[in-house]
Design a protein around this ligand. Structure first.
Ligand SMILES: Cc1ncc(COP(=O)(O)O)c(C=O)c1O
Length: 406
């Protein structure tokens, strides 16, 4: 019998989390993201102007094709008109930081809703928010900064497509071009924020030690993502058995995974973290048992996942919550986009960008591999949750890959 936690398929690598046990009893909630902080974020976001839950659709045709009991797909493409779930993270963190600063300045309680409704535009103009991005996080921050009236600087590595950079600039943000990787852009941004007393709305932090630069921002960003789960669970009927979550720095998998853990406790879902072969820092960290950079060159069509280093607070959750880590080929990401665009059998047609469909791409990679199915407990009774994390955020690239415009 093979006791190795690794299963290598013809185009995937699967690692069963060495510390995961189906029978293990878990703490009530992860330390790095408390239920109270998630509840606060979700309540706050639900009170914002323009809030509407993202749509959740069932894909029975695809479920039949892949031999699982059901697939529920939450489409984050319409979130606040910003194109991705990232509109739940950076805006929440920015508004919370500004509300705190303005409350101190004006000596009265100012909420993030007050800030987002634009009541303090004049005062907000005195502040600058900044973040590095591989596309969507920067776009979400630029949108939020425009709403509240503060200055915004977004640090962009060359891997981000021109269409995505243009979308960020269209919200009035200044673009700081960085020669280097996403992780180097994060570091440049962090240095400039410290030097200039800017608000660093980073979605990743290098350590979980109190006082670490960026830790509060990264935690707030993750807390905002809990909204997705609070919307999805009540509409799913029966709880999911599996969740295939895209992994960049780990914030999405951690925020959504932590909320599933808080909501479902011991009966919680099997969380499978999906990364590109060549940008798999979570997979590398799981293998090492501690944070490790990705071995690959970060070249991938899944631009939102082109991250070389994990976020420490996200890793702290994912290392406990994940059942498995999975790396996939770019071709699977494109296959997922096309499959969603055409719809299996009578399933609705859906638009997902290269990273948006990557959760499905992970499911496609393992669905017909008997060893992987057995290791993940994936069978005809499984109910899989997928999140379409972005729409066609670069329509030109989408058309090239799918063969027609979104
Ligand atoms: C569309 C999309 N999905 C998923 C992710 C992964 O999120 P994280 O980096 O928090 O792991 C990103 C990150 O940019 C993204 O843009």
């Amino acid at each position: 019998m093979n006791h190795s936690p690794h299963i290598n398929g013809h185009d995937f690598r699967l690692l069963i989390n060495p510390s995961w046990r189906p029978e293990r009893r878990y703490d009530a909630e992860p330390r790095s993201l408390t239920a109270a902080s998630c509840r606060r974020a979700v309540a706050e976001i639900r009170s914002w102007p323009g809030y509407a839950p993202s749509r959740l659709v069932e894909l029975p045709g695809l479920a039949r094709r892949l031999g699982v009991g059901g697939i529920a797909y939450q489409d984050e493409g319409g979130r606040f008109g910003v194109g991705s779930f990232k509109a739940l993270g950076a805006p929440y963190a920015l508004a919370a930081f500004l509300a705190a600063r303005l409350s101190r300045r004006f000596r009265r309680r100012i909420t993030s809703r007050d800030v987002l409704e634009g009541h303090y535009r004049e005062a907000c103009a005195d502040y600058t928010a900044a973040a590095a991005t591989d596309g969507n996080h920067g776009r979400a921050l630029a949108w939020a900064a425009q709403q509240v009236g503060c200055r915004c600087v977004i640090y962009v590595p060359p891997a981000v497509s021109p269409g995505r950079v243009a979308a960020i600039a269209a919200y009035g943000a200044e673009i700081a071009r960085i020669e280097g990787s996403y992780d180097e852009a994060v570091e440049s941004c962090s240095q400039d924020c410290r030097r200039n007393d800017w608000l660093d709305i980073t979605d990743t932090a290098p350590s979980t030690d109190l006082g670490t630069h960026g830790l509060t921002a990264a935690r707030r960003v993750m807390a905002g993502y809990a909204t997705i789960i609070d919307e999805a669970l009540p509409r799913m009927g029966s709880a999911p058995t599996h969740f295939f979550a895209q992994g960049g720095v780990g914030g999405f998998a951690a925020g959504a995974g932590a909320r599933l853990w808080q909501q479902l406790g011991d009966s919680r879902v099997r969380l499978v973290v999906v990364e590109p072969h060549r940008a798999a820092c979570l997979f590398a960290s799981a293998e090492a048992g501690e944070p490790r950079p990705a071995g690959g060159d970060l070249e991938t069509v899944m631009q939102g996942l082109a991250c070389g280093e994990v976020s420490a607070p996200a890793w702290d959750i994912v290392r406990q919550a994940a059942t498995a880590f999975l790396t996939i080929d770019d071709r699977r990401a494109v296959e997922a986009m096309r499959l969603l665009a055409s719809g299996a059998e009578d399933d609705p047609r859906l638009i997902a960008g290269e990273t948006g469909g990557a959760g499905l791409a992970g499911l496609l990679a393992v669905a017909d591999d008997a060893g992987a199915r057995a290791a993940l407990g994936l069978d005809r009774d499984s109910r899989v949750l997928l999140v379409g994390t972005e729409t066609a955020t670069d329509p030109k690239r989408y058309a090239e890959l799918v063969g027609h415009p979104p």
